[in-house]
Design a protein around this ligand. Sequence first.
Ligand code: NCD
Length: 320
Amino acid sequence: MGKRADKPVWQKKDLLDIEHLSADEMTLILDTAASFKEVSARPIKKVPALRGKTVVNLFFEPSTRTRASFELAEKRLSGDVLNLSSSTSSVLKGETLLDTLANIEAMNVDVVIVRHSAAGAPHLLAAHSNVSVVNAGDGAHEHPTQALLDLYTVREQLGKLDGIKIAMIGDIAHSRVARSNIWGFSKFGAEVWVCGPTTLLPPCIDKMGVNVTYRLEEALEDADVIYALRIQHERQRKGLLPTLREYIRLFGINRQTIQAATAEALIMHPGPMNRNVELESEIADGPNNVILDQVTNGVAVRMAVLYLVGTRDMKDGSAS
Ligand code: NCD
């Protein structure tokens, strides 16, 4: 009621990916997160923004940090929370994903957070239900809240996103984090570089508008942000990496290789990190690392997303 016409209003039922979000929509999420961040620093960490709303965490893939981050965000907004994982759901008894959602929806829930190994699973669910769906990671496709918390962290640290150089290093091919961040940082006018072994860089990645290099030195030169991605050991078994030692020598961020970067470059990692593989401990724990800030900001960003999609029906002019 009485909403000013010039104030941006969230319109979307779901948050499925970064590809289809505009910079203005992302800015609305980041600005909303900024107002929620302070809640987590209070002695009593709770606001009533989602009181009376039910949120279901539907996780079909293992997850610790993302699931915990969503659950804390839900609880700090006073939402009612239900956790379902593949090991406890009827999917194991042969139920389809759509039937699982139909059953959840029949219990009048408001928001479903979905993590699934199949790319597009959250999109399928969103298209077949009236419940708001938030993608918490779908296969190697997207991980939108991770990108939003990364954008938030960089904006908070550097005061801007436009014109910065971000170098993402490692397994780009299998990384939903990389894909979401490429969309996100590019839409804000950042210069995005990707670097890794040929086997871990998708062939047409340059079509996404990024700069591609196989030389770590070139990626790190003048970078404002160095973003290391987890080396997934399962990939090594599939022959995509010759040896871990060689990977560390060519792409590991350590005291020697970091010389190519400026002294102020931020060090980021989505977690879980393989210490002394993608980042040498000294760098991972060094003064420029913002890895735990990313985790802190993740709760605020997820609070913002939950609030925007979860209360969309309660706001003036939001239902077009
Ligand atoms: C990432 C994921 O699951 O996509 N982790 C996360 O959400 N914190 C990255 C990874 O697993 O390497």
